[in-house]
Design a protein around this ligand. Structure first.
Ligand SMILES: [Zn+2]
Length: 437
């Protein structure tokens, strides 16, 4: 009863996402006007000169104000998490007022998280950009189901956030009986979109498949925070034909992007932040096919501005124009998390990445999960959850696949398991790498 009432309130909330006050509308106009082609060099120069005047770290460098992007890349040093951690205070506006900010941290699966100071008004930019991205698969502000990092009380099926229009389920409970309840709830309340980690969307989709559910009621998965693996995409997109909108973002909030309707590569939103893809010589990559590190500059944070910040994420450059949506903006694909988290070390001190271990899509349909674990160089554990139709022949195909892709420089052992586990923060790691670089 209480839940039905809350869901009614949620439905009647027309404030989110369309009317978040005057600021929102102003930003929306600005956003729409610049949708097809937006030159953010003015914002970058502004943010840089603001930092040179106000932020201790940049003041100490004694720089003259810059006038162009050319000067920006020639004069502004590249920073990373460690540099900021070592001298945290000097990256923050002195004497800022607590009233105007919220605090955040970088999620930490490894190492100490970085404390972030974020302006409160930030959600205006955040929501606008996100909403215009989710529009691409037809989301128009409807109530969403959320299966992410929430842990509920035993016997509680969901909780409601009327403000953000979310019906939140337990992201850690993967019991079939609980999935039945999720399915019945979204059917009952006619919820069309599910906001999830790719790994949660995958687990839920396995259930949809094995119980032969009508999946046409789900119009799309909205997925961020983890890369989408081939295994997940083969089941959700190819087999169940559920659209999946997988975007790229990170907790420092400098770069945000996602696919468009007809092009799966990541479109980096220029009104959100300034994007650079740098090679190992810190030169900007302009050639399609080349791989570099994503370096972001924020243009909306005056309390803790990040200029030329190494995100630790790597991507392949695709181009700067998408003919499908007629937009001029950076396009990238094959985003890899922190580089060492994707490396499998071979016995001769070289490595292969987990992308190199990608299976043929037919093989993905025979399994319900895969995870790599490395504890020692030249040794690899491969956990596989068998799916329908997994036979001895399938096993042989796996063996010949790994023999080939590990170049006989890594011993491996395949272990069969019932489920691959998530981290404490609810995320799934395709490779658990215990070797420190
Ligand atoms: Zn496009």
């Amino acid at each position: 009863m209480k839940n039905s009432f809350l869901i009614l309130v949620t439905r009647l909330n027309f404030i989110f996402p369309y009317y978040l006050g005057v600021k929102f509308i102003k930003y929306k106009q600005y956003f729409n006007k610049n949708y097809k082609k937006y030159d953010n060099s003015f914002d970058v120069i502004n943010a840089t000169n603001y930092s040179i005047r106000n932020i201790p770290y940049y003041k100490k460098l004694g720089l003259e104000p810059i006038k162009s992007l050319l000067e920006f890349s020639a004069k502004i040093p590249i920073i990373d998490k460690d540099i900021i951690m070592n001298d945290w205070k000097s990256f923050v506006l002195p004497n800022y007022s607590n009233k105007n900010v919220v605090e955040g941290t970088t999620g930490g699966t490894s190492g100490k998280p970085l404390r972030l100071i974020i302006p409160k008004a930030r959600h205006v930019v955040e929501l606008n950009t996100m909403n215009s991205m989710w529009n691409q698969i037809g989301w128009r502000g409807e109530v969403r189901a959320v299966i992410r990092n929430k842990q509920l009380k035993p016997n509680q099926i969901f909780t409601v956030n009327p403000l953000k229009k979310e019906i939140i389920f337990d992201g850690f409970n993967t019991d079939i009986s609980y999935y039945e309840k999720i399915y019945n709830t979204i059917k009952k309340y006619n919820i069309k979109f599910i906001h999830a980690y790719p790994s949660s969307a995958y687990q839920f989709s396995l259930f949809l498949k094995s119980t032969n559910k009508d999946t046409s009621i789900i119009k799309g998965f909205l997925c961020g925070s983890e890369g989408l693996t081939e295994l997940q995409s083969a089941l959700i997109k190819k087999e169940l034909k559920i659209p999946i909108y997988n975007w790229y973002g990170h907790s420092e909030k400098l770069i945000l992007g996602g696919p468009c309707k007809n092009n799966d590569v990541i479109h980096v939103e220029p009104t959100y932040g300034y994007f650079e893809l740098l090679n190992e010589n810190n030169q900007q990559i302009k050639t399609p096919g080349e791989i570099g590190e994503i370096v972001g500059t924020g243009i909306h944070n005056t309390f803790m501005p990040f200029l030329r910040y190494r995100t630790g994420d790597f991507a392949e450059y695709v181009g700067n124009y998408c003919k499908h949506c007629d937009r001029h903006l950076p396009l990238i694909k094959n985003i890899q998390g922190r580089w060492n988290k994707n490396k499998i070390y071979l016995i001769d001190n070289t490595y292969v990445t987990i992308t190199a271990l990608n299976l043929h899509s037919d093989l993905y349909l025979k399994i319900n999960g895969i995870q790599y674990i490395q504890k020692e160089k030249g040794e690899l554990e491969i956990l596989i959850v068998k799916g329908d139709g997994f036979t001895n022949e399938t096993e042989n195909l796996f063996i010949s696949h790994f023999d080939k892709s590990l170049l006989t420089k890594c011993n491996y052992i395949i272990k069969y398991t019932d489920i691959v586990t998530k981290e404490a923060n609810g995320k799934f790691l395709p490779l658990k790498q215990h070797i420190k670089e």
